[in-house]
Design a protein around this ligand. Structure first.
Ligand code: DQA
Length: 174
């Protein structure tokens, strides 16, 4: 289970390496077809369009982004582990792997910084097998059903968590 932490100290450490905190944005299988894949569920914004929207948002928030997408579970795990040391936060849509990948869940659990899991669709109101959320056990934040705007909300929240400014009961130390 995810431990709550004070992420502001994490920012300070990561920022020794970069002026702006680096946020990893990781997408799982089939998300490369965003915009064309089941647009009634996932919308018409393509992944390139989404990356453009995120780049604008990241610039506004003073974040640096590194994006990665793969259809292969092991490649996602390897990317997260290899990039973890230089990154301050992780925004991830594990796609179908969300429902059964313990390997990805473990990589998220080992990530030392806020982990924000995003789903474009409202997974809990879809088929029963999508209600089984495995990777989300290791997410600090879970966003579902906001469309691609969920990624932008995740960046907003990541910036707030890294600055220690997030309100509510979810982000602080106890
Ligand atoms: C998804 C939901 C998953 O159930 C599905 O397998 C996806 C996309 C979403 O963003 O809504 O590929 O993660």
């Amino acid at each position: 289970m995810r431990k709550r932490r004070n992420w502001a100290s994490r920012t300070t450490r990561a920022m020794r390496m970069a002026d702006r905190p680096l946020v990893l944005v990781v997408d799982g299988p089939n998300l490369g077809r965003l915009g064309r894949r089941e647009p009634d569920i996932y919308g018409t914004v393509t992944r390139d369009g989404l990356l453009g929207m995120m780049a604008v948002k990241a610039a506004e928030l003073g974040l640096e982004l590194e994006t990665f997408r793969s259809d292969v579970e092991g490649e996602l795990v390897r990317f997260i582990n290899d990039a973890a040391a230089r990154a301050s936060a992780l925004v991830i849509n594990p796609a179908a792997y969300s429902h059964y990948s313990i390997a990805l869940m473990d990589a998220m659990g080992a990530f030392d910084g806020p982990v924000l899991e995003v789903h474009i669709s409202q997974v809990l109101s879809r088929e029963p097998f999508r209600r089984r959320m495995v990777t989300a056990m290791e997410a600090d934040v879970f966003i579902a059903g906001a469309g691609v705007d969920g990624y932008l909300h995740a960046l907003d929240l990541a910036a707030r968590m890294l600055s220690g400014a997030r309100g509510g009961s979810g982000g602080g130390e106890r």
